[in-house]
Design a protein around this ligand. Structure first.
Ligand code: ZN
Length: 229
């Protein structure tokens, strides 16, 4: 595995001496970020937020991947989120709809909360870098996935802690096809395809094939495979 596959130069080598914390859900995007982090940082730890996900399996999937990769895995209890925002992700009686401008899986400011807690954890474990799979290309109406938000949050976090954290968003400008291409370039396309959970119906790997999340994931995969072959 080459640690110097980036643009090269002092920056990449410097990063190798640093520790990174990956915000990790066990889905395609954050697992791609995990492998990205392994290639770019010397030491990698993971954090998963437990907020009463629709599928408890999500936490197990994340735990299994962390154990597989022999990475230290922090699971933070964020169950207070279900108090703040009962919605389709946490209230099992509500059906998921993607028709509204902002999907009803929306938890207001969820990334603000998660990344703030990730920042506090990164501080405690001495990690300078925080990696998150947020993406503006497929941002589905979530305002706190946008690049501008992340940049401002990075500044706020540094002001709040008097540190110089760097929040990395390797997927920010990628569509799903390009995210699969990144997984492939990291040598992990098959692993990510077979071990991650993205499906709203809780089916691992290729999923149910019909929910909005599966459609996005599988369309991207097929587009990439077609282009590659
Ligand atoms: Zn599905």
């Amino acid at each position: 595995m080459s640690f110097f596959m980036g643009k090269g130069g002092i920056m990449d080598k410097q990063l190798l001496h640093d520790k990174a914390l990956v915000v990790f859900s066990g889905g395609q995007d954050s697992t791609t970020c995990l492998f990205y982090a392994l290639q770019h940082f010397k030491e990698v730890e993971l954090v998963t937020f437990d907020y009463g996900q629709r599928h408890v399996l999500e936490i197990d999937v994340a735990k299994n991947i962390a154990a597989d990769q022999r990475l230290k895995h922090h699971i933070l209890d964020m169950s207070l989120l279900s108090q703040l925002s009962p919605n389709a992700l946490t209230d099992h009686t509500i059906e998921i709809s993607s028709e509204a401008a902002i999907p009803n899986t929306f938890v207001p400011a969820r990334n603000l909360l998660f990344l703030s807690f990730a920042g506090a954890l990164a501080y405690q474990i001495g990690a300078k870098h925080i990696i998150t799979g947020v993406c503006q290309t497929d941002f589905s109406g979530y305002p706190d996935c946008r690049d501008m938000f992340i940049k401002f949050l990075n500044v706020s976090l540094n002001l709040a802690t008097d540190k110089d954290f760097e929040i990395h968003t390797p997927l920010m400008w990628l569509d799903k096809k390009e995210t699969w291409a990144l997984a492939d370039s990291l040598g992990q396309l098959e692993y990510i395809r077979n071990n991650t959970l993205t499906c709203y119906n809780g089916i691992i790997a290729d999923g149910c094939g019909t929910c909005p999340s599966c459609l996005l994931r599988n369309n991207g995969l097929h587009a990439y495979m077609k282009e590659r072959d």
